[in-house]
Design a protein. Structure first.
Length: 575
């Protein structure tokens, strides 16, 4: 388990205890521990191995023992016991945006509601509005949240970043097997889709049965679904369905290409092969006489079909084959193209590190600039900055810029867009900043018309530069709010504003579809990390994955500009 997963389990425990009516000191201990864990620079599993869990400040001995339990078993006894005492449906209700433990308890005690379906029925029958502190608007809000959640939920899917961590762990273990020569991640995970169902792996071995035997008997395997002569399927902790296919060198390329997909991409390739008198499947190219052309590498297939070797991220049959045939493939953005990060939080708001530490970390990553964009005052839970503190924030950045020659620190804000479309700070104050990022953090339940007008109003403010995480989604936690992205993209283009691909593995927002639409409208994209601890700076790779799936090139991305170009774009005075 990583720090985020452990913190989330502690937060869930706090909700369960609050639902049960436990005292607030007990629930607060779990939420405080979760906050401390999220702010750590080092992974808990590293501290555990080094025997250094005692170094975690603000976390008592009882909770440290539970951290040890989670690192060793993936859970802890008190959590499992509490979970067993509360109906699963209640837990699902507490996952609905806007419904906390106290409200869930009210529905349970007054209406006998024990599932999302029962809650939905109670709302449609107007029974919720008759409860204390509810009313018609609150009832409608709850019903909208349920509809959005049920319509968007990705059952059985996992955020790409978490699945990749599991896939790499399994791949590394398989590479230690003496009967396996090579292991490669395939499937939608190799295409870097934002969420994935199964994890697909391809291995080369001259002894496939022994390779499969090793795979299904790995220590962490919870359930063996299939153990054949060339394929094995298992369930891994976290409900990950993992498939391993074993081939010889001769068929490795065609097998990897086939199981990287996508299905639509492969169908298009097969049609192209047929025009040349060949059929194509996972074992290679077969002519009308039945002779198979072996493909030891994927490039053999693409070259035979007259195509460039297509990057896995764009194999979705969205025009990549036609672009290759006509010589119009984009040169996809790469990590080395990024010159800085424009969305970073310090300990002035809810970040864990000082501005100076963030600047030094950015220098280590070869950046020319970094923007410190702490929260505005509406985000009180994130220690948002008042007008006075923002002015002090600007002054501190000016002081640090005198200290650092290797990097430019930009003064910025992540300013809340209020429900009426107004911003937290006055235009006079925004004008003093180098960069203004705006975002929606509250009022996520607004209807499509109101939400769209709200964001459009922000886009039309002359001081705004970037809209952060433009749809507000959190993978596996909450769906996007209801907004007309076509309208948002059009207005962004008209006002020369940038939209963000937020690289947080829980957001990846904009997604690839909307990011490509933005590119087609001439809207610049900023790939940012929304950093809250130093290691978050490395999440930039996930944002780049999304950008590559969106066909973005370096010139489409704001923070591939060098410092001089960026300052010109943002209207920052030259020093």
């Amino acid at each position: 388990m990583d720090n985020i997963q452990i913190a989330e389990m502690f937060n869930r425990m706090a909700k369960l205890l609050e639902f049960k009516g436990e005292n607030q000191f007990k629930t607060r201990a779990y939420t405080n521990a979760a906050r401390s864990i999220k702010g750590l620079d080092e992974e808990l599993k590293v501290l555990y191995k080094e025997g250094d869990l005692d170094s975690i400040s603000g976390v008592g001995e009882a909770l440290k023992s539970k951290i040890t339990e989670m690192l060793e078993t993936g859970t802890f006894d008190a959590y499992e016991k509490t979970m067993s005492e509360i109906p699963q449906g209640i837990i699902d209700i507490m996952d609905i945006p806007g419904i906390g433990p106290k409200m869930a308890r009210l529905f349970y005690e007054k209406l006998g509601v024990t599932s999302v379906d029962e809650l939905s029925r109670a709302a449609r029958e107007h029974r919720i509005r008759r409860l204390p502190r509810m009313g018609e608007k609150q009832e409608e809000k709850i019903l909208r949240s349920i509809v959005r959640l049920q319509g968007d939920k990705d059952h059985g899917r996992h955020p790409m970043a978490l699945a990749m961590e599991i896939a790499k762990e399994i791949r590394n273990e398989l590479c230690s097997c003496p009967h396996i020569e090579k292991v490669t991640i395939a499937g939608s995970l190799r295409r870097k889709k934002d969420t994935v169902g199964d994890i697909d792996l391809i291995a080369i071995s001259s002894e496939p049965e022994r390779a499969i035997e090793f795979f299904v008997n790995m220590e962490k395997v919870e359930e063996i679904l299939n153990s054949g002569t060339s394929k094995g399927s298992v369930i891994y902790p976290g409900n990950y369905h993992v498939d391993l296919r074993v081939v010889d060198k001769e068929h490795y390329g065609s097998m990897l290409q086939h199981f990287t997909g996508s299905k639509e991409h492969n169908i298009h390739l097969r049609k192209l092969a047929l025009t040349k008198g060949y059929s194509l499947n996972e074992y290679g190219l077969t002519n009308e006489s039945g002779n198979i052309t072996s493909c030891t590498g994927e490039e053999d297939i693409y070259e035979f079909l007259g195509l460039d070797h297509l990057p896995p991220e764009i194999r979705e049959d969205r025009g990549e084959i036609e672009a290759s045939l006509t010589g119009n493939l984009p040169r996809l953005i790469e990590r080395k193209d990024i010159k800085g990060d424009l969305h970073v939080h310090s300990n002035w708001s809810d970040g864990a590190n000082t501005m100076e530490e963030l600047a030094e970390a950015a220098i280590q990553r070869g950046y020319e600039y970094i923007a410190i964009t702490d929260h505005s005052h509406s985000t009180g839970i994130a220690n948002g900055l008042s007008d006075r503190r923002l002015q002090e924030h600007i002054d501190e950045i000016d002081r640090l810029n005198e200290k650092f020659d290797e990097i430019k620190i930009l003064s910025g804000t992540e300013c809340d867009i209020r429900t009426d479309g107004k911003l937290d700070y006055s235009n006079d104050l925004l004008e003093q900043l180098d960069i203004v990022i705006v975002a929606v953090h509250a009022g996520l339940e607004q209807d499509r018309n109101k939400m769209t007008k709200r964001i459009v109003a922000a886009l039309e403010n002359e001081h705004v530069d970037i809209i952060a995480h433009p749809t507000g989604r959190k993978l596996g936690k909450r769906p996007a709010y209801d907004v007309d992205m076509e309208k948002v993209i059009t207005v962004a283009a008209e006002n020369k504003k940038a939209l963000e691909i937020n690289s947080s593995p829980w957001r990846l927002d904009l997604n690839d579809i909307n990011a490509r639409k933005a590119k087609e409208h001439g809207v610049m994209i900023a790939i940012n990390t929304d950093t809250h601890t130093l290691d978050h700076l490395d999440n930039i790779t996930f944002g780049i994955d999304v950008a590559r799936r969106a066909w973005l090139e370096a010139d489409d991305v704001l923070n591939t500009m060098n410092l001089k170009q960026l300052c010109s774009r943002l209207g920052i005075p030259k020093d």
